[in-house]
Ligand binder design. Structure first.
Ligand SMILES: [Zn+2]
Length: 410
């Protein structure tokens, strides 16, 4: 086997093995600590609830292990055995050029989606149903998939055409233009998604008038915010998991509360969660995350620029140097690199969470946020005893007990 090909395959297998190892550590940590509620949360979460959270986390972790093994094997199979025949099959129907490249990526994406469908089905209709979270019917599930696929086609096809056309216009510098275009598009999408795409999947209604809205508006005013753009989303149609988020920027920004969150939390807790979200906005975390994505994308496009010109990535696997195949091989090769970066991106995310917690503490005091975090952990069956290394790698939010400890500290 070609050296580059062997190196890529090895990296994919090692990355998959690392993922499985970390998931196994997480399972072991949760299992061995399932009989006793951590001291910091004793009295606030019952042993029964703690055991149930452990069972849920274990089931999710096992599904994660199966998925990681499946993904790793499938990626290697694609690279070594399947991409060539897939390309030949598409070549029978589509003439060479940009159209064929686009068709190859679409065929690959369709096959990937179908092959991963059993995991989505198992997650929704076995795992989430077993633990009482799922409220989706099979019909809703199918409708969501069809809408999602239609949306990917409508957005993806023009983007793929541009990606394959640009190198023909400027073979050396196309990737810089593509990166600039990508950054502009990401910025536009942060407005387009909440305003146009999210409403295709959920209903957003303005927050109803009443004492809660008045208190929310008072908090927004205290933080120097306009009170426009407060919405309630009918998340309860699909799942009973509760959440709140902030979307868009400038005049298009909006704050979205899941109806499940409003139903399950006391007004003080809702205000503290809002204060946390406002903290993310005030402290520039949304901009920071966009900047992180832009830096990653810069390197991604630079590598693609090199790979398109060189063709070596496809050659290494005995594939024709079609840009579609190069794109797929490069994406697969970048997977392990991104996996190794996850401790860094997770760390940055957790740091932002602590900062937003501090902001909320300054605005509403620590008590309502602490009780909100405990209630969220209880309602979402979050584990209170994650493995430290696993959490360091993948947790975008610090473990609940760590957040509460920080909030209690002076
Ligand atoms: Zn947050």
């Amino acid at each position: 086997m070609h050296m580059i090909a062997a190196a890529i395959i090895l990296a994919i297998i090692l990355s998959g093995a690392l993922g499985v190892l970390l998931l196994m550590r997480q399972a072991a940590a949760v299992r061995t600590q399932s009989e006793r509620v951590p001291a910091a949360l004793g009295g606030q979460i019952s042993l029964e609830e703690h055991k149930r959270a452990a069972a849920y986390t274990l089931a999710r972790t096992r599904l994660g292990i199966a998925k990681t093994i499946f993904d790793t094997i499938l990626t290697v199979l694609w690279l070594v055995f399947l991409l060539g025949p897939l390309y030949s099959l598409v070549a029978v129907f589509v003439v060479p050029g940009i159209l064929r490249s686009v068709a190859v990526v679409l065929a690959f994406a369709l096959a990937e989606r179908l092959l991963h469908l059993p995991f989505s089905v198992a997650s929704t209709f076995w795992l989430e149903t077993k633990f009482g979270f799922n409220r989706q019917t099979p019909l809703m599930f199918v409708r969501d998939r069809i809408k999602g696929a239609a949306l990917s086609l409508a957005l993806g096809v023009p983007l793929l055409c541009a990606l394959f056309l640009l190198p023909q216009l400027s073979p050396s510098y196309w990737w810089l233009a593509a990166w600039a275009g990508f950054a502009a598009l990401a910025l536009a999408m942060s407005v387009i998604i909440p305003a146009f795409i999210a409403p295709m999947f959920n209903k957003f209604t303005p927050m109803p008038e009443g004492p809660l809205k008045e208190r929310i508006e008072a908090l927004l005013a205290r933080c120097g915010f306009e009170s426009k753009g407060l919405y309630v989303m009918d998340a309860s149609r699909r799942s009973s998991h509760g959440n709140a988020y902030f979307a868009g920027f400038g005049r298009a920004k909006r704050i979205v509360f899941f109806d499940t969150l409003l139903q399950n939390h006391a007004p003080d807790e809702i205000l503290s969660i809002l204060a946390h979200e406002l903290g993310h906005y005030k402290l520039g975390h949304i901009r920071q995350r966009m900047a992180e994505a832009a830096v990653l994308a810069f390197f991604g496009f630079a590598i693609l620029g090199f790979a398109f010109a060189d063709g070596g990535f496809a050659n290494a696997f005995g594939l024709p140097p079609d840009p579609a195949l190069i794109l797929i091989v490069v994406s697969a090769a970048m997977g392990p690199a991104l996996h190794l970066l996850s401790p860094l991106t997770s760390h940055l995310s957790r740091r932002a969470e602590y900062q937003a917690d501090s902001f909320a503490k300054a605005m509403t005091g620590p008590a309502p946020l602490i009780s909100a975090l405990i209630r969220l952990a209880r309602d979402n069956l979050s584990t209170l005893t994650p493995d430290a290394l696993y959490a360091r790698f993948y947790y975008s939010h610090p473990p609940v007990s760590a957040r509460i400890a920080r909030l209690k500290a002076a």
